[in-house]
Design a protein around this ligand. Structure first.
Ligand code: NAD
Ligand code: USQ
Length: 387
C-alpha cells in the first residue's frame, strides 16, 4: 500500500516508516523537525545519538534497497501539506505528527496554546486533505489512553452503551484527560468523528498507552537507524526514564504514592498494531477506536521491576517518592479493555527481564551522555505561568 507517516522523524514515526517499508509498502514521511527544536529549547537531547532524517533514509536505502520519500514541512501549513497528499495519493495515513508531552503542554500559557493549535489544527488539515483528494484513504490517528482519565468503572474502546430513563444508546466514552496535551487528543477525536460522519471518511483512533523500548528489528540493521530515546523530565516517559535513572545511579522518580496505573506496550507492538489497523480498515464513514496497550502497571510496579532487574545487572537502585508535580489520582481503580487489536491477531510482547536488561544494556553504552540536571520534573500542574 501507499502509506504516509506523519511525524516520521519521531520516536515512533521513524521505526514505523522502516517497518512498513520492510513489509513492502511504499512509504513517505512528513515532518517539520520541530521535535528537534524542542530539544534545543529545553537544553535536552535524545540519550541515543540520532542521525538526520536524510541520513537515516539514505542508510535505509543502502541497507535494504528500499526507498522512503521525505517531505519536510508543517502540517499546519496547508499550502505545503495539501500537494503532498494530492501527489502521493496515500491509501493510508499514519498520523503521529503532534506535540506529545503532557509536561510540555503545562509549562505555561504559550505552550498550552501552541500544543492545542499544533495538534488540533494540524489534524483538521489532515482531515481536509483526505476529504479533498483521497476520500477513500484510511486515517490511522494516534490518540492516547490518557483521554479517558481514571474513571471508577471499566474503560471501553471508545464507546459505551448506556441505559438512561428507559432508553439505550451507544455514546462516546466520557473523557477526563489530565493535561492540555491529553485534552488536545480528545478534541482531535471529536473532530475526526464528525469528519467521518459528514464526509464519509474512514478513521481509526488508536488510543495508545505509554510506549517503552529502544530496539526494533529494523533498527538493528545499522546503528545509524536508531530512533530517539528521551529521558528528561519533559519528554521522557516513565519506564524509559526509570531505566536511565537506574544506570545513572540516581533514585527512581516515582511521583507521589506511585499507585497511578496506566496501559503500557513495547515499541515493537506499536508497529504491529499500526500495521494491523492499516490492513483491516473500517468502512467508509466509520470512526473506529482501539485501545492500544498490552499490559497495565502502576508506576510503583515499574519502579520495583526496574530495581529488581538492575540489581541482577549489579546496579543498586533506590526509589524516591517525590511530591507529585501533576494533578492526578495516585490510587484508583483501573481496568481498560484492549481486545480489538488482539482479535485482529496482535501477539503481545509482554514486559520481562530480558527486555529490561536489553534496554539497560543500550543505556549503559550511552551512560556518559546522561545529563543529570534534566532528570527531576520541572513543570508543576498547579502553577499558571503566563509566559
Ligand atoms: P515524537 O515527538 O518523538 O514524534 C512526533 C513527531 O511529529 C516529531 O518528529 C515532530 O517533529 C513531528 N511533528 C510535530 N508537530 C508537527 C507538525 N505540526 N508538522 C509536522 N511534523 C510535526 O513523539 P512519539 O513519541 O513518536 O509519539 C508519536 C505519536 O504517538 C504522538 O501523537 C503521541 O501523542 C502518540 N503517543 C505516543 C506515546 C509514547 O509513549 N511515545 C504513547 C501514546 C501515544
Ligand atoms: N511518572 C512518574 N515518574 C516519572 C515520570 C512519570 O511517576 O519520572 C508518572 C506520571 O505522573 C504518570 C505516569 O507516570 O502518572 C505516566 O507518565 P508518562 O510521562 O510516562 O506518560 P504521559 O505523561 O501520560 O504521556 C506519555 C506520552 C504521551 C502518551 C501517553 C499515553 O508522552 O504522548 O499519550 O504517555 S497515556 O499515559 O496512556 O495517556
Amino acid at each position: 500500500m501507499r502509506i504516509l507517516v506523519l511525524g516520521g522523524d519521531g520516536y515512533l514515526g521513524w521505526p514505523t516508516a522502516m517497518y512498513l517499508s520492510q513489509r513492502g509498502h511504499e512509504v513517505g514521511v512528513v515532518d517539520n523537525f520541530i521535535r528537534r527544536t524542542w530539544d534545543h529549547e529545553l537544553g535536552a537531547e535524545s540519550l541515543v545519538p540520532i542521525a538526520s532524517l536524510q541520513e537515516r533514509v539514505a542508510v535505509w536505502e543502502a541497507v535494504t534497497g528500499k526507498r522512503i520519500e521525505i517531505h519536510i514541512g508543517d502540517l499546519n501549513d496547508y499550502t505545503f501539506f495539501e500537494p503532498v497528499v494530492r501527489d502521493f495519493k496515500p491509501e493510508a495515513i499514519v498520523h503521529y505528527g503532534e506535540q506529545r508531552s503532557a509536561p510540555y503542554s503545562m509549562i505555561n500559557r504559550r505552550h498550552a496554546v501552541f500544543t492545542q493549535v499544533n495538534n488540533i489544527a494540524g489534524t483538521l488539515n489532515v482531515a481536509y486533505a483526505i476529504a479533498d483528494h483521497v476520500p477513500d484513504c484510511h486515517l490511522v490517528k494516534l490518540g492516547t489512553m490518557g483521554e479517558y482519565g481514571t474513571p471508577n468503572i471499566d474503560i471501553e474502546e471508545g464507546y459505551i452503551t448506556i441505559e438512561y430513563k428507559g432508553r439505550t444508546d451507544t455514546l462516546p466514552y466520557p473523557k477526563q484527560p489530565g493535561s492540555f496535551y491529553h485534552l488536545s487528543k480528545v478534541h482531535d477525536s471529536h473532530n475526526l468523528m464528525f469528519c467521518c460522519k459528514i464526509w464519509g471518511l474512514r478513521a481509526t483512533d488508536l488510543n495508545q498507552g505509554v510506549v517503552y523500548g529502544v530496539d526494533t528489528d529494523e533498527i538493528k540493521f545499522d546503528e545509524r537507524l536508531r530512533t530517539r530515546f528521551d529521558y528528561d523530565g519533559v519528554f521522557g516517559t516513565v519506564l524509559n526514564r526509570f531505566l536511565v535513572q537506574a544506570v545513572a545511579g540516581m533514585p527512581l522518580t516515582v511521583y507521589g504514592k506511585g499507585g497511578q496505573t496506566r496501559g503500557f506496550l513495547d515499541i515493537r507492538d506499536t508497529l504491529a498494531c499500526v500495521e494491523l489497523a492499516i490492513l483491516n480498515p473500517p468502512a467508509r464513514g466509520e470512526f473506529r477506536v482501539f485501545n492500544q496497550f498490552t499490559e497495565q502497571f502502576s508506576v510503583m510496579d515499574l519502579a520495583l521491576a526496574v530495581q529488581e532487574t538492575a540489581r541482577e545487572c549489579g546496579l543498586e537502585v533506590t526509589i524516591n517518592n517525590l511530591p507529585n508535580p501533576r494533578v492526578e489520582s495516585e490510587q484508583h481503580y483501573y481496568n481498560a479493555i484492549n481486545t480489538s487489536l488482539l482479535k485482529l491477531g496482535l501477539q503481545p510482547r509482554y514486559l520481562n527481564d530480558t527486555l529490561l536488561e536489553s534496554v539497560i544494556h543500550v543505556v549503559q553504552q550511552h551512560k556518559n551522555r546522561v545529563n543529570d540536571t534534566l532528570i527531576l520534573p520541572g513543570v508543576n500542574w498547579r502553577q499558571t505561568v503566563n509566559g
